[in-house]
Design a protein around this ligand. Structure first.
Ligand code: B16
Ligand code: MG
Length: 219
C-alpha cells in the first residue's frame, strides 16, 4: 500500500515557474542574454546554479564569469525572486491540490516535500501548507539534483519508509526520471509528451485523483 506521498513544489503545488522565469529574464537583460518560454522549460526542476549555467551557455557566455561572479549573479536573481514570491497567498495553491492533500491525509499517508528550491519552506509558509508536510528535504544537503534519485530517496528515508511504499508527484521530466530511478511509482502533471515516462499522468493538477492512483499502483 502507498504510505508516503512525496511532492515536488514548483509546478505541482503552486506555479512559481512564472516568477522564476521573470527573475531569470531580468538577470538576462542585465547581462545581455535573451531567451523565451520554450528555453525556460529546461530550467524547471533544476538547481539555481545549474539554471544559471544553462543560461550562460545559451548566450555563449559560459567562460565570461568566474565562480565568484556566478555566485553573485545567482544571488541577484534570487533576491529578485524573493521579492516576487512575497506576493504569494493561499489563493495561489494550484487547483485541486488542497483536496488532493486532504485525501492523502485522510488515507493516513505521510507527506514530504522534495523540491530543488531553497525557497521551498518559505513558499509553503506563504501558502499556509507547512503543517501538511512531515518532512522537507533540504536541497543544500544533496550531492546530485534531479534527475538523480537522491532527493526522492532522501525524502523516503526521512519519512522512515521504503521507496516502494512511496509515490512521487512531479511536473518536470527530470523529476519523473528522479522518481523512477528511486524505484517509486511516478505521478506526472503535464502534457502527454513530457510525461511519457510517468507511471500515471494528468494534464493538470485539478485532475489528480487519489483513488485512480491507488488502483494503478496496485497493478
Ligand atoms: P531556488 P522544484 C525548482 O523547484 C524549480 O523548478 C527550478 O526552476 C529552480 O531553479 C529550482 O527549484 C531552484 O530554486 O532558486 O528557489 O533554490 O520544481 O524542484 O520544486
Ligand atoms: Mg517542478
Amino acid at each position: 500500500a502507498i504510505k508516503g506521498v512525496i511532492f515536488d513544489l514548483d509546478g505541482v503545488i503552486t506555479d512559481t515557474a512564472e516568477f522564476h522565469y521573470r527573475a531569470w529574464q531580468d538577470l538576462g537583460e542585465k547581462i545581455g542574454i535573451t531567451f523565451d518560454r520554450a528555453f525556460n522549460e529546461n530550467l524547471k526542476g533544476i538547481s539555481r546554479m545549474d539554471s544559471l549555467n544553462l543560461i550562460l551557455e545559451h548566450g555563449n557566455k559560459a567562460d565570461d564569469y568566474s565562480d565568484a561572479e556566478k555566485e553573485a549573479l545567482a544571488t541577484d536573481k534570487n533576491d529578485d525572486y524573493k521579492t516576487l514570491i512575497e506576493e504569494i497567498t493561499p489563493t495561489d495553491i494550484l487547483p485541486g491540490i488542497q483536496t488532493f492533500l486532504d485525501a492523502c491525509i485522510a488515507k493516513g499517508m505521510k507527506l514530504a516535500l522534495a523540491s530543488a528550491s531553497k525557497n521551498g519552506p518559505a513558499i509553503l509558509d506563504r501558502l499556509e501548507l507547512t503543517d501538511y508536510f512531515e518532512v522537507t528535504v533540504d536541497p543544500a544537503s544533496l550531492k546530485n539534483g534531479k534527475p538523480d534519485p537522491e532527493i526522492f530517496l532522501k525524502a523516503a528515508k526521512l519519512l522512515h519508509l521504503e521507496p516502494f511504499e512511496c509515490i512521487g508527484v512531479e511536473d518536470a521530466e527530470a523529476g519523473i526520471q528522479s522518481i523512477n530511478a528511486a524505484g517509486m511509482f511516478s505521478v506526472g502533471v503535464g502534457s502527454p509528451e513530457s510525461m511519457k515516462e510517468a507511471d500515471i499522468f494528468v494534464e493538470n493538477t485539478q485532475e489528480l485523483d487519489l483513488e485512480k492512483i491507488i488502483n494503478k499502483y496496485k497493478k
